[in-house]
Design a protein around this ligand. Structure first.
Ligand code: CMC
Length: 428
């Protein structure tokens, strides 16, 4: 096989090198295209554009494969913990016990947040959307740690910023949540692990200590693990491009939170619950809504079914389905909305329309119903996604800076007015 592609343009022939990845994905290197041919490529939405060469996450949507640093997601979800996965994504290898202990110790040194964060929090209306609050609080960290603004700070200082982000994000999320409920903030407890500590900070009140059920902790841990990275998605590409201008890591991550906020990205799990409650409010007739979803003249779709990349099955959904079953059994939940979800899943998995189009329940279907069962408010769903995605964003930012990638600056084909003379106001 040739290691270049030939491009014939205006009677000239150009050779475009072919780049092949370790999993045999192939790409045409067009980095010199404009300089040699005067042409650029156009690819709105970057559907055919590789923005980088990365060694963090591999995914094959046709085969339903997702691997972090080469490790299959199924093995990771079964055997690992979110913190170990964070270490793996950021530093490139699984930690030894001593490395993992040191990682946790460093996080505990940093998981308190500055008391003045509360002053910022009280400035927000209590019903502010938590994603907006979170991105503001992450940006605000630059004021508390101004050395993070120095793009040429030492690797050790960069690492401190990384630890601070992983450590402080759950505390900021929990404080934003308790504030929205008008409750006092809870503080991190060094006796607890990462996920357990987070759940306690979210749900404990002065009157009642929240008891963390191991099954719920495990389900939350899995949700975080399964969301930890998904290669060059919208929010990750945002983090990389903001970071490419040498903006601080906090600013880059805050941009990632904002990108994730959109309903086409991190908001889908919220849409699942909204759809279930809509079905419930309209009499709970699942068959009627399945028919609506199948009707090409009806815009209604089953939220949490289908995926742009996974055209066989979503490996993350397969793992979370098991967790969902465990959580429901353990909690003995009597919620008509969850009954509707189960019914919908059963019918859709057998119905020819969905089977033929490979429309399986996706990760958002199960993460949505698990978080609902655990008692996480719907508007907090994308916030949970942010905590999960944080190590991936950091790993991708770090890789981009270590590779000294240039500032991200796409080009365009201009289609506006050609040159014309300015018309004074009184002549228009
Ligand atoms: N309900 C009913 N029909 C559907 C659905 C659905 N959820 N999804 C796709 N279809 C049909 C669609 O109407 C089309 O039918 P036909 O061939 O007869 O015209 C066929 O399936 C292919 O659909 P498509 O829109 O070409 O597929 P896509 O790859 O462009 O869309 C999707 C993928 C995820 C946007 C879509 O499946 C969808 O809207 N799902 C519901 C929303 C959802 O759950 N989104 C979260 C995805 S996971 C997010 C993440 O990983 O970050």
């Amino acid at each position: 096989m040739s290691d270049y592609a030939e491009l014939n343009l205006d009677g000239n022939s150009y050779q475009l090198p072919i780049i092949e990845g370790t999993e045999h994905e192939k790409g045409l290197d067009i980095s010199k295209l404009r300089a040699t041919t005067g042409h650029i490529t156009v690819d709105t939405g970057f559907k055919n554009t590789g923005s980088t060469q990365s060694s963090i996450t591999f995914l094959d949507g046709e085969k339903g494969i997702l691997r972090y640093r080469g490790y299959p997601i199924e093995q990771i979800a079964e055997k690992s913990s979110f913190l170990e996965v964070a270490y793996l994504l950021i530093y490139g290898q699984l930690p030894s016990q001593a490395e993992l202990d040191q990682f946790m110790t460093s996080i505990k040194e940093e998981w308190l947040v500055h008391e003045d964060i509360k002053t910022i929090l009280t400035g927000f209306p209590a019903d502010s959307h938590p994603m907006g609050v979170l991105s503001s609080l992450v940006t605000a960290q630059t004021a508390f740690f101004p050395e993070s603004l120095d793009p040429y700070r030492s690797a050790e200082k960069v690492n401190r910023t990384i630890i601070r982000l992983i450590a402080k994000m759950p505390t900021m999320v929990a404080w934003a949540y308790t504030r929205s409920k008008g409750r006092m903030s809870n503080y991190p407890n060094n006796e607890l692990g990462y996920v357990e500590n987070f759940l306690k900070m979210m749900f404990s009140t002065r009157a009642q200590e929240y008891e963390v059920d191991p099954i719920i902790k495990d389900a939350m841990d899995k949700i975080f693990i399964l969301h930890a990275d998904h290669e060059q998605n919208c929010s990750t590409s945002t983090v990389r491009i903001v970071g490419s201008s040498h903006a601080s890591l906090y600013a880059s991550i805050a941009a990632g939170v904002n990108a994730l906020w959109g309903p086409l990205h991190g908001g889908a799990n919220q849409k699942v619950i909204e759809m279930l409650s809509h079905i419930e409010e309209n009499g709970g007739d699942v068959g009627k809504f399945i028919d609506k979803a199948k009707d090409s003249d009806d815009p209604f779709r089953l939220m949490g079914f289908g995926h742009r990349v996974y055209k066989n099955f979503d490996p993350r959904a397969t793992i979370l389905k098991k967790s969902a079953d465990q959580v429901f059994e353990k909690l003995q939940i009597d919620d008509p909305m969850l009954d509707i979800a189960k019914h919908l899943e059963d019918v859709a998995l057998k119905d020819e329309y969905f089977v033929k189009r490979k429309l399986y329940p996706n990760v958002d279907f199960y993460s949505g119903i698990i978080m609902k069962a655990i008692g996480i408010p719907i508007e907090m769903f994308p916030v949970m996604f942010s905590i999960g995605r944080l190590p991936g964003w950091i790993a991708q930012w770090k890789e981009m800076r270590e590779h000294q990638e240039p500032i991200g600056r796409p080009r365009q084909i201009y289609v506006g007015a050609t040159e014309r003379d300015y018309v004074p106001l009184d002549k228009r």
